[in-house]
Ligand binder design. Structure first.
Ligand code: ZN
Length: 247
């Protein structure tokens, strides 16, 4: 292969590496944001369970106040019982006491239900806290890995850019101009390897036999007549030698 053609093939490899690195760098903020979004999911779950616990506790406190009111009423009725003169009044008061007692019992049962419910929710809070802590650790490690990966990609980009600059300085300006022109028109791919059966590997159009013949020689700049990409050829590997048999 001529030095010019070799340089153009290398230039394409460098451009591919540069493009790949730029894409990864551009995607980095979103990858960090995705990781953070997963963390905020775990935070929201914890907040939701904590809110349920708070509501359950508030409902219980309201019931406890109701219980205190009923308890007060019951005590008052019992005090009044000693001052009652008639049998009829006594029975009426007994009825009031029975009602107040049943109301008090009903509220106390509900208080108990809320206490049991709070125990269940408190366990859920603990679980959600542990889940969040686990997520924080995992996502912290993930973001560290992403940052390390970014640093590596940035190094690769700087390296490839430096090599590209050296290569374009060494090559003929006319060739670099041709390469850049085709690359711009063809989504950054200016070079195409010809397949062994004589097609352009990128646009898949079959080359004319005379063109393919020239491409196989790898000694001049030949463009695909269909996509304009600069063609080169990779000869098949030499046939392997017969395996040596050991007695
Ligand atoms: Zn082509």
């Amino acid at each position: 292969m001529t030095p010019d053609l070799t340089r153009l093939v290398q230039l394409q490899e460098l451009d591919d590496a540069i493009e790949d690195a730029r894409r990864k760098i551009a995607a980095h903020p979103q990858r960090l944001a995705d990781a953070d979004a997963r963390l905020s999911g775990a935070t929201e779950r914890l907040e939701g369970v904590r809110q349920r616990l708070k509501e359950s506790q508030e409902a219980r406190r309201t019931l406890e106040k109701d219980a205190a009111v009923f308890q007060g009423r019951l005590t008052k009725f019992k005090d009044q019982l000693s001052e009652i003169k008639t049998n009829r009044e006594y029975q009426a008061m007994q009825h009031e006491i029975a009602t107040a007692q049943s109301e008090l019992l009903g509220v106390e049962e509900k208080v108990l239900e809320h206490m049991l419910e709070a125990d269940v929710i408190a366990a859920e809070v603990k679980e959600a806290e542990q889940g969040l802590a686990r997520q924080q650790r995992e996502i912290g490690a993930e973001k560290t890995a992403l940052d390390q990966e970014l640093a590596l990609v940035q190094t690769k980009l700087a390296d490839a850019s430096e090599k590209r600059a050296a290569l374009t300085t060494a090559a003929q300006p006319r060739l670099i101009a041709l390469f850049e022109q085709v690359a711009r028109a063809r989504k950054g791919i200016a070079i195409s390897v010809a397949t062994r059966d004589g097609s352009c590997s990128v646009c898949h159009v079959r080359l004319r036999p005379a063109v393919f013949q020239l491409v196989r020689q790898n000694d001049q700049i030949i463009q695909c007549e269909s996509c304009q990409r600069i063609l080169y050829y990779v000869p098949p590997p030499a046939p392997a030698e017969a395996p040596v048999t050991h007695p």
